[in-house]
Write a protein that binds this ligand. Sequence first.
Ligand code: NAD
Length: 298
Amino acid sequence: MTANIIDGKAFALGLRERIATQVATFREATGRVPGLAVVLVGEDPASAVYVRNKHKATVAAGMASFEHKLSAHTSQADLLALVDQLNADPAVDGILVQLPLPGHIDERAVITRIDPDKDVDGFHPVNAGRLATGLEGFVPCTPLGCLMLLKDQLGDLAGLDAVVIGRSNIVGKPMAQLLVKESCTVTVAHSKTRDLSSVVKRADIVVAAVGRPEMVKGEWIKPGACVIDVGINREPAQPGGSNGRLVGDVDFAGALSVAGAITPVPGGVGPMTIAVLLRNTMISAHRREDVSYDKDAW
Ligand code: NAD
């Protein structure tokens, strides 16, 4: 068997096109466009790249992008004051504070200061609670993107055995909640899990969100399983100075001959994150203007 390679890039592109169409409809109905504010504190190069990509994607979808680049020495009080200002700004539908923040700033204090109804990253405890209790809220972008790929691949997920490897607040835990909501039987594995290979072996769905290059081996995978690889790991630089290649948490070559379907790295889950961020911002704008929307359409 050779697994179907799930093209997250193409799926994300389609989603972004549907969002752009909806932006035009929203603009006609309300006379304004949805707005996303992104706050970057400091000069972390990876964060700067993400923020640039988010800005480009937001503008390409026809939305307003408000960028706030602050020095690494910005005080927590000043950052919280900016969040308050964005919470109160009617042109801003979504607020994203790029993580990680410099060490002198308490990330939790910043995340909890964002208005939960503008928290398009879905990291606020109110949104985590809404997800856990089945209320409408914002779901973190990466796990929601994974769910979209799974449903596109498998259709109805009810009754399937799913293993989520990783229990972070931004990927593992919300992923598990989403799969429970889809009526999967869910196991959450983590750094203290015993005999991970046999836990993975039982699963029809494997979501790997660990941050360890190629940790999940092909022989752990149940034949025909659907494998979603969230991990993004850069291998060491080559002797010639060129960047090392990007690899996921799954041994892609090994899994390819066993799995039914698998996301590649890059080009699998990665492109979904920004597309879902735009979707969440779009939904926020509709809710705030009391315009009806079909959340399943985008
Ligand atoms: P994290 O470091 O917060 O969490 C990692 C989790 O892995 C922890 O819950 C830990 O218990 C578990 N873990 C560690 N070692 C393990 C082991 N040996 N066996 C089983 N579980 C183990 O990481 P995160 O923020 O959830 O991100 C995970 C990975 O996903 C990273 O590679 C990150 O770069 C990537 N990521 C990708 C996207 C994307 O857009 N594609 C978004 C977020 C994160």
